[in-house]
Every structure is written in C-alpha cells, then in structure tokens.
Design a binder for this molecule. Structure first.
Ligand SMILES: [Zn+2]
Length: 356
C-alpha cells in the first residue's frame, strides 16, 4: 500500500487582506474572495445533480465543522450531513414511539438482508451498548433508510465506513442501495493527534445551550477571572443564551488517551481509503510545516493560541494571541489551520471533481 500523503494546499493570494472568521459576514466575504468561482460552479451543478460524500477522519478531526461550513456556503437546503452515531442514537426515539417503531419495523422487513431475524434485530437495537458495534448488514439498511428520508440531496456521511470490513461495502454502497446514478466521493481528513488532544483537553461547553468552544484555541468574547481559584473561564456569548460559565466535560482532561485504540483504527481506514482506485478522493489537511507556511497561507488563516492576564488595576482580563505550533506525526514543527482555509481547499477540490 502507498504511504498516505496529504499535499499542502495553497490559499494565500497576492491581494489578500485579513478576514475576521468570528464574523459570519466576513466569513462569507472570505469564501467569495478565495473561491467565488468554484462556489458558483458547485451551485450550478447542484441545480440538477447531487452526490454522496463519505467523510473519513479521526474523532474530533472537524468532520462536522467542515461539512456544515461547506453546506452553509453552498446551499443549506441542498446539502445534508448526518453521522452514524447520531443516527443510532435517534433510533431510541423511534423505538419509544409506537408509530415510528412500526414504520422502522416495516422498513427493516422490506429492506434488511442479513444474518438476523427481525426479532433479533429489535433485540439488538434495544439492548445495544455504546461499546458494541451494530452488525454491518444492519448499519447498511439503516443508512439506506436515512438516505431515503432525505430525498435527492447531497449527503455527507460521517462514521461510515467504520471498520475495514465496511470499506469494501462503501465501494458498492451506491449500487447496493440502488441510489440514483449520482457520484460518490471520499473526503479524507488529516489532523495531527496533538491538535486533537488539545482540542479535547481545553474544550469548554455551555451547560445551557451546548455551544462548544476552547479555552486555549477558540475562546468566546467574554472571559471571567475567578479570584478564589485563580482560574480563567469562558462565558457563553451565544446571543440567545444567558451567558453561563462554560465547563469542561468529565474525562476531557485526559485528551486522546481513552480513544487511542479507536484512532489507530481510523488511521488504518484512512490508509485503506487512500489506496482505493475508482472512487475519487478529496484530501483535507489541517496542518502545515512552520518552514513552509509563508509560501502557502496568510497568517490570519493559522490557529492562534490565546493567553489571559488579569489586570489588578482595571479588574479586566487581557487577552493576547501568539502563533500556536505543534509537532505532526512525523515530528515536524507545524501550524494548525483554521477551519475556513481547509474548507476553501475542500471547495476547490470538489469543484474540480464535479467538472470531470
Ligand atoms: Zn450558552
């Protein structure tokens, strides 16, 4: 098998200026500036066509963030994103509702092919635990159901294939479900483990509205200093929220430690998918070696690290930014890109594929 190699993507432009990614309007301008032509190409393709995209990347690699941002820019009503994890959790609601349970039962009766009787499947669904995987034949049927619900849209699927066995299924999935003649692609996402580790360790969540931020890498506009514990806290700044103090989830302080095994599997999956022929691939790269950065990206496209200082005199928290560097898997000193430049490379590669 070939070694996985994600090329560095150039988003730097000659007449570049700084865009403020925290501001939705500025973000829109940034995308028009960097990929306006490609966005129009994709939009005009979507007037008649659609496609399926399998997102492959490690946990917390940004699969949801990238696909949601892309759908926001192109067309939120024509692009849908769903994760296998959410789909399986949703099943609990279906099982709790008599009508929906009947509908699920009928769908499985008409569509499921595999090793289990309907009664067994219902048992598996009811008694499943988070640690055991559902059988692949059942997952395939459930994904088919999910796609049928959505009609003819672009669909980003997150979490399938989930093991090496399912990779082979994904090759023929389009044919298996008899799902139109639309194209299907893989989007492979490469993020250094240290980036994921720090995203998890510093993650803070609003207990009220569930907004997720990062104390070190993506703060809110309001920082609070606790004089007793001498700690800094993010306050939620979602306009529709009352501004709670954001908190870390239990276990997050361990970073990637508890998901090491899962990540190894995901790395193998990416390697397998990378080596497939016949299915076009989009390669998304999160990091860029410090030594190469200037050639390829503008400074505002890099993720900074935030520092806080409590000013005793004014009683205010002062925030400063410095460039954040990490070591990638090969030990190369690197920057981590903000989401928008990665999405620009996503848009450009996608526009190319749709044109072929
Ligand atoms: Zn909130």
């Amino acid at each position: 098998m070939k070694e996985v190699e994600f090329p560095i993507f150039k988003t730097k432009m000659e007449n570049d200026r700084r865009f403020d990614f925290a501001d939705p309007e500025e973000r829109q301008k940034y995308f028009s500036f960097k990929a306006g032509e490609e966005i129009e190409k994709i939009k005009s393709f979507l007037e008649k066509g659609a496609f399926i995209m399998y997102l492959l990347g490690k946990k917390s690699a940004g699969k949801g963030t990238y696909s949601k941002m892309l759908s926001e820019i192109i067309s939120p009503d024509k692009i849908d994103h769903f994760s296998i994890g959410d789909m399986i959790r949703e099943l609990d609601k279906d099982l709790a509702d008599e009508e929906k349970k009947k509908e699920l039962f009928a769908f499985l009766r008409d569509n499921y092919r595999g090793w289990h009787s309907l009664e067994e499947i219902m048992d598996i669904l009811k008694n499943r635990s988070t640690s055991t995987l559902l059988p692949t034949d059942l997952i395939l049927t459930l994904v088919k159901r999910e796609i049928a619900k959505r009609g003819r849209k672009v669909i980003f699927i997150d979490g399938f294939p989930r093991d090496l066995d399912q990779i082979s299924y994904s090759l023929f999935f389009r044919d298996l479900i008899g799902y139109r003649d639309d194209a299907d692609f893989f989007a492979l996402i490469d993020v250094p483990e240290q980036v994921i580790d720090e995203r998890i360790k510093w993650r803070r969540i609003c207990p009220d509205c569930n907004t997720s931020r990062n104390l070190k890498l993506l703060p809110t506009s309001k920082i609070e200093y606790d004089k007793d514990t001498k700690e800094f806290h993010l306050l939620c700044d979602n306009p529709s929220c009352k501004g709670e103090r954001m908190v870390g989830k239990e276990g997050d302080e361990k970073g990637i430690e508890p998901i090491k095994e899962r990540m190894e599997m995901e790395e193998k999956l990416i390697k397998q998918a990378f080596n497939l022929y016949g299915i076009p691939k989009i390669l998304l790269r999160n990091s860029i070696p410090v030594a190469e950065a200037e050639k390829y990206v503008s400074e505002y496209e890099l993720t900074p690290e935030y520092h806080y200082h409590y000013n005793e005199d004014t009683g205010e928290v002062e925030v400063t930014e410095t460039p954040w560097t990490i070591k990638d898997e090969r030990g190369v000193e690197s920057y981590s890109l903000m989401a928008p430049p990665v999405v620009v490379s996503f848009i450009k590669q996608l526009a190319d594929l749709l044109q072929e």
